[in-house]
Design a protein around this ligand. Structure first.
Ligand code: ADP
Ligand code: AMP
Length: 223
């Protein structure tokens, strides 16, 4: 019998290091990295109706409405590459999203394996967001101070150009953190009650956060 698909929900405020960690962990686990922020940015790039709808919310640092966000994730999870599960990053961010995910997983006969929550203090988050640079080509994530590329403005992985997200500007970043603590904190309590939450200290080095995640997931050999 095929093994049960693996669903991991990676939580943490904007700038905690979810994308940085998820890219590597998803590869190691052999499941796709499904990041709702990336999916919305793809829609914006392609100029789809969903992209046009999401753009305003994202520019203001607000959440995109639940109905369209949930529909987008359900659609993504039904793609063939998710047959073995997914590493979710940036979803769910509200209680209705968490409940909709549970319902969908129940329909599929799947369940959530673990919910690691990467914790980082607010002043550190703001420093991380203000210095974040991303490759326009492959999405690799850098930091001007903490993870600089070998050549300024150029991706180490693919040579593509690096850019700063408009919503990483200090005012919008602060608004995103407010929204996180107001609307996403109840989701942490929801997973805590289910015994799925594992706290991860996100202020360690990128390597040490990775090791803590591997321990939390308990599926890969520890080094
Ligand atoms: P998120 O996906 O949670 O918003 P990112 O993975 O994009 O966060 O990381 C935010 C910024 O912090 C990036 O510039 C990244 O290079 C940097 N970063 C990530 N993890 C660490 C870490 N453990 N220590 C220092 N900087 C980090
Ligand atoms: P991120 O890339 O995770 O920092 O997300 C960037 C932006 O996309 C957020 O500030 C929201 O506007 C939007 N977004 C991403 N994920 C969600 C979600 N699960 N629910 C609502 N909005 C989201």
């Amino acid at each position: 019998m095929a093994s049960q698909p693996l669903v991991i929900v990676l939580m943490g405020p904007p700038g905690a290091g979810k994308g940085t960690q998820a890219k590597r962990l998803a590869k190691e686990l052999g499941i796709p990295h499904v990041a709702t922020g990336d999916l919305f940015r793809e829609h914006i790039k392609k100029g789809t109706p969903l992209g046009r709808l999401a753009q305003g919310y994202m520019e203001r640092g607000e959440l995109v409405p639940d109905d369209v966000t949930i529909a987008m994730v359900i659609d993504r999870l039904s793609q063939p590459d998710c047959a073995r599960g997914a590493l979710l990053d940036g979803f769910p961010r509200t209680l209705p999203q968490a409940k909709a995910l549970d319902e969908r997983l129940a329909e599929l006969g799947w369940c959530i394996h673990v919910v690691p929550n990467i914790q980082v203090r607010e002043d550190v988050l703001l420093r991380r967001l203000s210095g974040r640079w991303i490759c326009r080509n492959c999405g690799a994530v850098y930091h001007i101070e903490f993870r600089p590329p070998a050549r300024p403005g150029v991706c180490d992985v693919c040579g593509g150009p690096l850019y700063q997200r408009p919503d990483d500007r200090p005012e919008t970043a602060r608004q995103r953190l407010r929204v996180y603590f107001e609307q996403t904190a109840p989701v942490l309590a929801y997973y805590q009650r289910q015994g799925l939450l594992v706290e991860i200290d996100g202020e360690q080095s990128i390597e040490d956060v990775h090791d803590a995640l591997v321990k939390a997931v308990r599926l890969l050999p520890e080094e």
